[in-house]
Design a protein. Structure first.
Length: 147
């Protein structure tokens, strides 16, 4: 039996404390994303992020391009909200909001991912694992190594 997708919602919230100042974490999220983000469609590609309303978060490579999301709202070093497919290959709408806040000498990063679409249980668990890996495994390690 296959896992049938039905129109449903998705809600994932994940937090991590990074031992780096907020400006360094913001820079990693917006200017250095290609250095630590590993989810790619194309080999030898680069990720770019335009942290302005209407800006694109996309992957560009010799074989093609993919739009992950369009920026909806930016409050520098505090909030970054974007809407887009985020790699999904089924009909869906996703709103991802990063929130950064001071936490002692470090930064608390929260991602809230809200979506509606043809999600399967595999999509839900994959996104939960993916955000945990990106924030805890990759972004945290990258920021703390570069401070």
């Amino acid at each position: 039996m296959t896992d049938q997708a039905t129109t449903s919602t998705l809600h994932i919230r994940h937090e991590v404390v990074i031992h780096a100042p907020r400006d360094a974490v913001w820079r990693a999220l917006t200017e250095e994303v290609s250095d630590w983000w590993d989810h790619r469609f194309f080999e030898d590609s680069t990720l770019t992020f335009e942290p302005v309303a209407g800006g694109a978060f996309k992957e560009v490579g010799p074989a093609g391009e993919a739009l992950f999301a369009t920026v909806q709202r930016v409050v520098r070093e505090e909030t970054l909200a974007m809407v887009g497919p985020m790699g999904m290959r089924v009909p869906c709408t996703n709103l991802m909001t990063y929130t950064l806040a001071d936490e002692g000498t470090g930064t608390r990063v929260t991602i809230e991912h809200l979506g509606t679409g043809l999600y399967t249980d595999e999509h839900r668990s994959g996104y939960a694992r993916g955000w945990a890996d990106l924030l805890e495994g990759r972004l945290k390690r990258y920021c703390e190594a570069t401070v």
